[in-house]
Design a protein around this ligand. Sequence first.
Ligand code: DGJ
Length: 741
Amino acid sequence: MMIQYLESTKQFQLNTQNTTYALAIADDAYLLHIYWGKKLPFTDLTYLLRLKENPFTPTQNERDRACFFDTVPFEYPCGGTGDYREPAFGIEDMGGFRACNLTYLSHRIYCGKPVLQGLPHTFSEIHTPMETLEITMVDKPTGLTVLLSYTVFADSDAIIRSVKVRNDGTESCKLTRVLSCSVDIDNERLDMLTLYGSWARERQVSRVPIGHGKQRIDSLRGESSHQYSPFFALLSPQTTEQQGDAYGFTIIYSGNFFAQAELTQHGTTRAQIGINPDDFVWQLNPTEEFQAPEAVMVYSAEGLGGMSRCYHKLFHRHLIRSQWKDKNRPVLINNWEATYFDFNLEKLQHIAKEAAALGIELFVLDDGWFGHRDSDNCSLGDWKPDERKLPGGLQPLTDTVTELGMRFGLWFEPEMVSPDSDLYRAHPDWAIQIPNRPMTLCRAQYVLDMSREEVRDAIWAQMKQILDNHPISYVKWDMNRQLTELGSAVLPATRQKELWHRYVLGVYDLMERLVTEYPDLLLENCSGGGARFDPGMLYYSPQIWSSDDTDARERLRIQYGASLFMPPSAMGAHVSVCPNHATGRNTPFDTRANVAMNGTFGYELDVTKLSDEDKAAIPEQIHRYHRYSHLVRNGLQYRLGDPFGGSACAAQMHNGWDAWIYVAEDGSEALFTFVQITAEANLRSRKIALAGLQPDAQYQFEWNGQQQTMLGAVLNECGVLIPNLWGDMRSVQIYLQRVNE
Ligand code: DGJ
């Protein structure tokens, strides 16, 4: 049993493999948070609530009710009745009044977990036991019922939370915020780690001490965004990659989000994540329900590494549905950086032929194949092949590709419409807009109102026409702008603020149609690079394009940041040409491949223009990818370096190199990669300690042309000696195998 309720103390306790999460009902009404940390036996922890120190509990001391509200660690705080910290739940009733007070009504503990209708959510594989605690809270004056769910899986340390609101009252009520989780951590000295960035510079790491007040990241762009990822971690100041307290928070959602840590007057830190309450209002009529996305909270005493590995495993096992998740993905070649919009049938066939000869398995035709799209100025919404570039449509190309023994993949941007398109000319009101207000263009395009079923149906019909009539085994789903002038032609004024969330639900609906109708399809999500690199997308696509920056050196940072909460097997990563199109930097071809192998691996270049030397390297790289990719998918990742030069892990101050290792869960094999970022003169060899190997097992590996055998403990503690390599961005990849001795 993983979840227990102790009636005598009214305490709930959730025990995972290594952690405990505890909460209790106080004063017969209020749900309070007690503890989240290392595993404890099932035991009474309610003394930690300190309710006897200051008897503010309303049943004993009604005159100080406000003191109670403003100081106790509420499990799901609401505003307007005395808790002046950030609420998790907010309402506005028919009278325009905003106060709310959720009190405990009942609970149940059951095997299984809730299915979130219309939203991506975790699920159990057949053999993984899971338990859910569902607590029912009510706001008596409005009749709102709030169901708080906590799920634990037997094979994970994650706590999955979700919130469902039902209007059991007689009047409509507006929900003004429904965060997915809130935790009052009893610790006043924590760092906040967040992932910030920009287009082509996603998921940079920021780690700062939390001071009194509120520290927040969010998105109000309609997608999770390049600028901040929907994830943060709270860390003890001493926490490193290998050890120390790490509390991770993310949500399984792809739209506007809010994530905040607030250090409060009595030294507790309130940590929250959920749909961004800014510009959010949802009208809930009697009997209607509102479901907030799932939050995934992870505590690890094994530092950032322990936290990340927990996320990787949970998402791989319990969130990614695609049948591709456990298969070697075909090595692809994408024509975007090879040709951009400047291609014709012959050029593509030429690339495909050269690629096939080198062993590349999937040819992906990116943007520019439809309408009359010679640039990004037109044709989005008109998903018909451009006969000028592709006479006879897609078929001559798909014939060539399949005859070469390759699979074929195609790019779509289903959520968008160009002003210069037949679709827009026929249905200008299908674009998101506000009447009598100029519409803001971004990349010369508008956003379709995906909240409308007829809009989704029209796009779906066009996509289906293409997918049903061609041998397409991969789709890249792109989204290249954020939302502005939020307005839907079909929503009443009272519901216009629902559009942000309705838009995301519409996108999910269309993706659900795609993966249901074409279960064999390999779907790769993308948003102008990595603006929707979030757990919500993993439910539909096992891989997501991480960034439009394919420079190997920059990718070390982007992929490090992404790996903090997302599985590396989901990171779209390609080898591209040098000088790199984003940075102008030159890096060795081999290092580009070694860095891309820390992800899904593919090529994005004109293979017909490669040097003979680079071409000759490709078959060997593909061979290595297929030999080792199971370790990237299913192994445990240990980050050994920090490409941010120590800003993520204060204890690891270096920026001259980066390294990582994937170790099979049973310890039988491992793949180690080292990248020397900058060369320095007159350096001794570097001692790089590995991690995760079985201490008492012997491992065999080839190094410097010689077979070596070393004890796991020695490799973990003392490591391997990597000589000073000649030049920047040189790399080494070593495969280690356990031997029986
Ligand atoms: C942005 C993507 O990230 C690129 O890979 C490419 O598909 C372009 N869009 C095409 O417009």
